[in-house]
Design a protein around this ligand. Structure first.
Ligand SMILES: *Cc1c(COP(=O)(O)O)cnc(C)c1O
Length: 385
């Protein structure tokens, strides 16, 4: 939760800088009046550096980031793209929008992609895998990236929820061929709306850069209105004010995740000795973004009791159990492409995952922790269990 809690003077100063240097709000051109002010470009460079990856491309949202990543891989109708059944709808929407067939894996007790089920669902049509770091906890990238490498399948990390987390000292989003981020208002760092795509490979980056801008190659030898192109595309360009805010937020990212990790540890400390609850596991050598504390209880009834008791003391849950229908593919009967790809019955297709998710409880963690939060949390969960 996060970035919006610490929006302040730094973001305002960056935005004012855009206006005091000429007020050019477009990322390209207008060189005569912009006084060398390029906020989106600077944000991309700073983000790539912070994540330790060669290229970053700013876009309009995390959903757009996924779509642009799939376009760079030239995913098309007839291809399959595999993601996981516990994610935000956007991951599957981006696959459908690319024309490919969405296939979802089960999640295991980590609530992230089950690598064994990934292996089972790979087919000759599989063009890419989108692994998601759900609720900020790193997925099993060691196994999943090896599977993708062995099978010669591109790996996209949907790090919308993983911004600031890492595994084996490599940033989440920097493991895959492509990493995507969201800066919507609920994410760890925010530009209101916005997203970023990371690329290690120059060629993929060049394709994506053009595709997100109507195919513009930004050929330095010709003016933009005579620009060269070698593909069609779309418009997912980020604008300068978002870039300005992103520059300020990125500087705060390390402090945001440090504060959240500290607060998450305090909240867990407050309830860890209670019976019948188990902390969500994380891979060794990994750090999450810590914007949620997730634990498993005995059954769905117990999970619902947790939610009820939390509400009674003025607290709430995050995604589990309450926003389940936006995040679990077993309920997405409104997506005919997904239904068809899973034999016509989504709930039946994802029963093993549903059973795990049904007994998970997620507590929102922020940068600022109300003083009475740990004791109230304990009171509620003790009563519920
Ligand atoms: C938020 C989110 C997205 C979409 O990002 P937007 O910027 O809101 O479009 C995609 N995937 C996951 C896992 C997310 O949490």
């Amino acid at each position: 939760m996060p970035g919006y809690e610490v929006i302040g003077d730094e973001e305002l100063r960056e935005v004012q800088d855009v206006f005091s240097r000429g007020g050019v709000l477009f990322r390209h051109g207008f060189d005569a009046i912009r006084n060398d002010c390029f906020k989106v470009r600077d944000f991309e460079a700073a983000f790539a550096k912070a994540m330790g990856v060669r290229h970053a491309l700013a876009v309009t949202s995390g959903t757009a980031a996924l779509r642009v990543g799939l376009a760079a891989l030239e995913v098309k109708p007839g291809d399959e793209v595999i993601t996981q059944c516990f994610t935000f709808v956007a991951t599957v929407e981006a696959i459908i929008e690319s024309g490919a067939t969405p296939v979802c894996t089960q999640v295991d007790l980590s609530l992230n992609m089950d690598p064994d089920d990934l292996l089972a669902k790979i087919s000759p049509k599989t063009k890419a895998v989108i692994v998601v770091h759900m609720l900020g906890v790193p997925a099993n990238l060691e196994k999943i990236s090896k599977i993708c490498a062995d099978k010669n399948i591109a790996l996209i990390e949907d790090a919308a929820w993983g911004c600031g987390g890492n595994l084996n000292e490599t940033a989440l989003g920097a493991w895959g061929d492509i990493g995507t981020f969201s800066f919507d208002f609920a994410k760890t760092m925010t530009t209101g709306e916005g997203g970023m795509v990371l690329f290690k490979c120059d060629e993929l980056y060049k394709k994506a850069f053009a595709w997100h801008d109507h195919g513009h190659e930004n050929n330095p030898l010709v003016p933009r209105w005579e620009d060269t192109r070698s593909s069609s595309g779309f418009n997912y360009r980020m604008m300068e004010l978002q870039g300005a805010i992103g520059l300020a937020q990125l500087k705060k990212l390390p402090d945001i995740v440090m504060a959240q990790r500290k607060n998450k540890a305090m909240l867990w400390e407050a309830i860890s000795d209670l019976p019948n609850l188990k902390l969500r596991p994380m891979p060794d050598n990994s750090y999450d973004t810590a914007d949620a504390l997730v634990f498993l209880v005995k059954d769905n009834e117990a999970a619902r009791r947790c939610r009820d008791e939390l509400l009674k003391v003025g607290l709430s849950t995050k995604i589990l159990p309450e926003a389940y229908t936006w995040h679990f593919a077993g309920t997405w009967d409104h997506m005919p492409e997904l239904v068809a790809a899973h034999g016509g019955d989504l709930l039946a297709a994802f029963t093993p995952s549903a059973e795990i998710l049904a007994r998970a409880v997620s507590i929102p963690v922020g940068v600022f922790l109300r003083e009475d939060f740990p004791s109230k949390l304990r009171e509620a969960i003790r009563k519920a269990l």
